[in-house]
Design a protein. Structure first.
Length: 371
């Protein structure tokens, strides 16, 4: 499949959201922004307006807002609309991530003989996996550990490409003084948990862990950052109150300055209870030189070497989480050394440049095979 009339390959991306509230949307933005525009022309489709749409347009990337139909609607009209879009934009490759967009775009791509890449960002499978795998030319996995989600696929259809961080850009982001913002005293250790407040992210286990921790150390404050599922958040507040630990928590809501907030933390906790692929927040904390405590879900072990740059604990085990928190609370030297090792590891293994390069190589390989 040769280059298009413009001299570039048109790559059509589908984003699950128009916002940048999720790590997947931030990763998509950094990828399309950094592509070699002499070879590739990215076009992004989002289901609604939002921060991602605005930032893409500011960067000069063509961005279309197109509400997606639900799977249960089985909309042939939506498939026809996508067929017209693929033809009008002379698309070389389609790049998706969620189930719904992969289903509809996959049908349209198959009908036109256009290669489709399905980007896997979570470790939990669905009943649609086998069908979507058939509609996909290749699958990109954000961690090698996610291969276990697809035991029926040949290895050559699965391509692990970890998310990347530009440490230079991260370093340039201004820090946020969360200590001052929350009225936290200078001697308290600040623990951060960043991500949507929902069952998958496991904040419940962090709350239960703090109930144990505070029996030994009370010089701490926990920051919860992220948009909240209303019902789950109410349950978590009730849990804090019943365990008498609410005094240790501050909820900062959804923030656009998470990079700055991370710089103000002493420890990052990723307490995901299921489904996580490889949390981008883990990599950002490593870039900030912060020690990370993460559950053994998805690809966390590919970023964190237990005992070197962080701690890996079993999922849904608040006692293990409490032990890890106490270990780091009781050793400022260990926190500093883990942070240094984490920064070194993200520079060596998780660079944005390498992420973009490997993705471009995959595009060219697929296009060569399609000729």
């Amino acid at each position: 499949m040769g280059k298009k009339k413009t001299g570039r390959h048109n790559i059509l991306y589908f984003s699950s959201f128009g916002s940048m509230k999720g790590g997947g949307q931030r990763s998509l933005f950094y990828l399309v922004r950094g592509l070699n525009k002499n070879i590739f022309n990215p076009i992004v489709v989002c289901p609604e307006e939002g921060e991602l749409v605005n930032k893409l347009k500011e960067t000069g990337i063509e961005t279309l807002v197109m509400p997606f139909k639900r799977l249960k609607q089985m909309s042939t009209g939506f498939v026809l609309r996508l067929l017209r879009l693929f033809k009008d934009r002379d698309i070389s490759i389609v790049h998706t991530d969620s189930t719904t967009e992969t289903f509809y775009a996959g049908i349209a791509a198959r009908l036109l003989g256009v290669p489709l890449i399905w980007h896997i960002r979570v470790s939990s499978g669905s009943i649609m996996d086998r069908l979507l795998s058939l509609l996909s030319t290749r699958l990109i996995l954000v961690a090698k550990a996610l291969e276990s989600r697809f035991p029926y696929l040949h290895a050559n259809k699965l391509t692990p490409i970890v998310n990347g961080i530009s440490v230079e850009e991260f370093d340039a982001f201004p820090g946020t003084d969360v200590r001052k913002e929350t009225g936290t005293d200078k001697d308290s250790v600040i623990i951060g948990c960043i991500g949507r407040i929902e069952a998958m992210k496991g904040q419940e286990y962090l709350i239960r862990a703090i109930e144990r921790v505070e029996k030994e150390r009370r010089d701490l404050r926990v920051m919860l950052i992220g948009e909240a599922d209303e019902a789950y958040y109410k349950n978590m507040v009730n849990l804090m109150e019943s365990l008498k630990v609410k005094i240790y928590f501050s909820y900062l809501g959804y923030r656009t300055d998470t990079a700055g907030i991370i710089k103000g933390l002493d420890i990052l906790v990723s307490a995901s209870s299921f489904g996580e692929g490889l949390s981008r927040v883990i990599l950002e904390a490593m870039a900030a030189g912060k020690p990370v405590i993460a559950t053994d879900i998805g690809g966390s072990r590919e970023a964190i070497i237990d005992g070197l740059n962080g701690c890996i604990i079993p999922a849904r085990d608040y006692n293990a989480l409490a032990d890890a928190i106490l270990k780091l609370l009781n050793s400022p030297e260990k926190r500093k050394e883990m942070g240094t090792q984490g920064r070194r590891r993200v520079e060596q293994r998780f660079s944005l440049t390498n992420n973009i390069k490997r993705t471009e190589q995959l595009y060219l390989e697929i296009l060569k095979n399609a000729d």
